[in-house]
Design a protein around this ligand. Structure first.
Ligand code: HEM
Length: 402
């Protein structure tokens, strides 16, 4: 809801923009261009919108990154600009601040240790192959619904070691998360996720196995066991954190390939480039933005932000800022990126714990998709559509092949 009256006294008039993160202008056609419409050469590095309760948005790459890494003056408690969402979700470790955050994060990180990610690769490969083999003869698909939304669900079920027959139930939840149709409130969505997870959490706490939840919940927190409430909030965080983000990323990678048949050909010819290609595509197509609430007054770009203000940090405006990356919109597989330099997976204390898993999923997708499919192109008769929000994504990606 837009209202100029929502502008607090400390917001200079020349910083005000008319911008709703859920509906940036033209987002249906192009998420990236929609966000870049906010950036002007020599324009402000931080702006204020009165949409969604009123919040700041960092628009210059270096400011996005520096504030993202500042976990002293900025807190993660608020979770998102959606008013009230943080109080509903209470994610662990995502919404915790230091020092409370550390022991929980350590426990979750141990659960995602790289040996477990490596061990998962054959299963991810198998799922990707089955999905692709089910598509090949059709000659066309909507990549979002037919592939991108299904892969991370399978992976999540495998991670927590539950039967694949749970898929329809989790799928329904996942679609509400990635493409909410307004039929559920966020409280109902949280409760549905909790109801789904509850029996597994109870079982893993009583009798730990070797699955992800068991591994994390067996790690003591400051020498004590996890409480039920903490376990629920952590498992909820993993479920919500690992589905729509991967859907969005795999969708963008497939979109890039469909638009650039020469890159399909190059990676088929040189599969050794695939890991670097995965890193570069993840840099080029970031769609996660985070929100922080200020715990103290902070001066940014010549403006005094007040304690309690919310600031929105869009990864897209860091990764696609020419001051942060040379020719940022060009995909170059030889960039030799340091994956922690870009902010697709975040930066600082909360950097994604699933980053290794997500990267492996993208690599496996590239390898299997290019290895099994003929040249894939966009369907000329049906448009690609995208959405904005805290995780932007393709909502439809119609593809064709011969
Ligand atoms: C390409 C896919 C993914 C992207 C783009 C992504 C992005 C991010 C980002 C930007 C953050 C930092 C949030 C912040 O600073 O507030 C984050 C944190 C997190 N992610 Fe991911 N993520 C992905 C996949 C996953 C997966 C597969 C999982 C788990 C199954 C996961 C679980 C988490 C968790 C638990 C955190 C919170 C870490 C903390 O607060 O210490 N993510 N992710």
């Amino acid at each position: 809801m837009q209202s100029i009256l929502a502008r607090p006294a400390h917001v200079p008039a020349d910083r005000i923009v008319d911008f709703d993160i859920f509906e940036p202008p033209g987002v249906e056609q192009d998420y990236f261009a929609a966000w870049q419409s906010l950036v002007r050469e020599d324009g402000p590095g931080i702006v204020w919108t009165s949409a969604n309760g009123g919040h700041w948005i960092a628009t210059r790459g270096e400011i996005v990154r520096a504030l993202w890494a500042d976990n002293v003056r900025l807190s993660s408690e608020v979770l998102a600009v959606t008013p009230g969402l943080g109080e509903v979700m209470r994610f662990i470790p995502l919404q915790q601040d230091s020092p409370e955050h550390q022991p929980f994060r350590m426990a979750v990180m141990k659960g995602f240790a790289s040996r477990f990610v490596v061990a998962m690769e054959p299963q991810v490969t198998q799922v990707a192959r089955e999905l692709i083999d089910g598509l090949i003869d059709r000659g066309s698909c909507d990549f979002v619904a037919d592939f991108a939304e299904i892969l991370p669900l399978h992976i999540f079920l495998t991670l927590i070691d539950v039967p694949l027959s749970d898929r329809p139930r989790l799928r329904a939840l996942g679609s509400q998360l990635t493409r909410p149709d307004g039929s559920m409130t966020v409280e109902q969505l949280r409760d549905a996720a909790d109801d789904y997870l509850a029996p597994y959490i109870a079982a893993r706490m009583a009798n730990p196995g070797t699955d992800l939840f068991s591994r994390i919940l067996s790690e003591p927190i400051d020498g004590r066991a996890w409480s039920e409430d903490e376990a629920r909030r952590m498992c909820r965080n993993l479920l919500f954190g690992g589905l729509d983000t991967v859907v969005a990323m795999v969708g963008m990678v497939a979109l890039h390939l469909a638009r650039h048949p020469q890159d399909q050909a190059l990676l088929r010819e040189r599969p050794d480039l695939i890991p670097d290609a995965a890193d570069e595509l993840m840099r080029r197509y970031p769609t996660v933005s985070v929100s922080r609430n200020l715990v103290t007054d902070v001066e940014v770009d010549g403006v005094m932000l007040k304690a309690g203000d919310i600031i929105y940090l869009p990864s897209v405006l860091h990764n696609l800022d020419p001051a942060s990356f040379d020719a940022p919109e060009t995909v170059r597989f030889d960039r030799k990126l340091n994956a922690t330099r870009h902010t697709t997976m975040g930066v600082g204390a909360h950097r994604c714990v699933g980053a290794g898993l997500a990267r492996m999923e993208v690599i496996v997708f590239l390898r299997e998709w290019l290895g099994r499919m003929p040249t894939v192109r966009l369907d000329p008769d049906r448009p690609v559509t995208m959405k904005g929000g805290n995780v932007g994504a393709c909502t439809a990606l119609p593809l064709r092949w011969d």
